[in-house]
Design a protein around this ligand. Structure first.
Ligand code: ADP
Ligand code: MG
Length: 299
């Protein structure tokens, strides 16, 4: 696997505000990553740091194999982290030609990129005549002009109507299918589920989860258990069809469910095996629910 971005213990404090706290994750080529979290959870700050516009307080990151400077590596990155801003009186094509000049890339790929975002027919329309969705699509075309290895998008569907949202998501999927790695920040679980293969969930700058999106949804919850005969219990759980991974930390045993099992059912089962629990808590680890709770009470 080819690594695109490696982040180690990245931290950003603004005075007393810990915008991003000890964040580590890696981005592998070909996947679509979502950074998911409610407003103020540190998504934009994280993107700002890896794009060299925000200075980390602590920690580090490197692009690709880490052999080039961040400045050089960023030439292989396409990013939209602000509202699309182009010259209103210039056409889509003229605006992109200007971007080509600034980025020092050939102009002969402009039409191909306009086609990717569904704006080829509007190439000669002035930017000022575009809807917000079209402006956002033009920004994506612009970010693709340097044929980036990775495309970074911050809340790409914010403020768009349902049709505009759908178009942007389809475009992102198409770009990913063509082999471009994607990193997008979003506060919408539904967006990440629809578009992303992998997710990093942030809350108040702290990583709550990272991994595959499908693994996140498959969660049946888990039990936290303690008893005097730890090994007996661990062996029992390891042979139990309803349990997957079983973790032991000191005297605390955490058993992750792979199929539904009620707390009272487990309790009476163990009792009949003469395993007496001193502690039993079932937690519903459904990150979907957790995340919805987080987003319902913003901040
Ligand atoms: P998100 O993109 O997830 O909404 P941000 O990264 O924008 O979150 O913000 C994370 C936290 O850092 C918030 O509490 C925000 O108020 C704070 N923050 C972001 N940028 C600045 C800044 N330039 N100065 C002070 N605080 C900031
Ligand atoms: Mg943001």
């Amino acid at each position: 696997m080819e690594t695109i971005l490696t982040i180690n213990n990245l931290t950003k404090h603004y005075g007393a505000v810990k915008a991003v706290n000890d964040l580590s994750f890696t981005i592998e080529k070909g996947n679509v990553y979502g950074i998911l979290g409610p407003n103020g959870s540190g998504k934009s700050t994280t993107l700002g740091m890896v794009l060299n516009v925000v200075n980390p307080t602590r920690g580090n990151f490197h692009w690709f194999d880490g052999k080039n400077s961040t400045h050089d590596a960023l030439k292989k990155v396409g990013a939209i982290i602000e509202r699309p801003n182009f010259y209103p009186y210039m056409t889509a094509k003229q605006n992109l030609a200007l971007v080509c000049k600034i980025k020092d890339v050939p102009t002969d790929r402009i039409e191909e990129k306009l086609d990717v975002v569904g704006l080829l027919e509007r190439k000669d329309s002035k930017f000022s005549t575009f809807s917000l969705g079209m402006k956002q699509r033009l920004a994506i075309a612009s970010a693709l002009l340097n044929n980036p290895e990775i495309l970074i998008l911050d809340e790409p569907t914010n403020g768009l109507d349902p049709q505009g949202i759908h178009q942007i998501r389809e475009i992102i999927k198409k770009i990913a299918q063509d082999g471009t790695t994607i990193l997008l920040a979003s506060h919408l679980l539904d967006e990440v589920e629809k578009v992303c293969s992998h997710v990093v969930i942030l809350r108040k700058g702290v990583k709550l989860y990272s991994g595959r999106v499908d693994a996140m949804n498959a969660s049946q919850g888990f039990f936290e258990l303690k008893c005097e005969q730890t090994q007996l219990l661990v062996d029992y759980l390891n042979n139990h069809n309803d349990f997957g991974e079983v973790k032991v930390e000191g005297d605390l045993i955490t058993g992750y469910l792979v199929s539904p099992l009620a707390a009272h059912a487990l309790n009476s089962e163990l009792h009949s095996k003469d395993i007496a629990l001193t502690h039993l808590v079932k937690r519903k680890e459904s990150l979907e629910e957790q995340f919805l709770q987080l987003t319902n009470n913003l901040n």
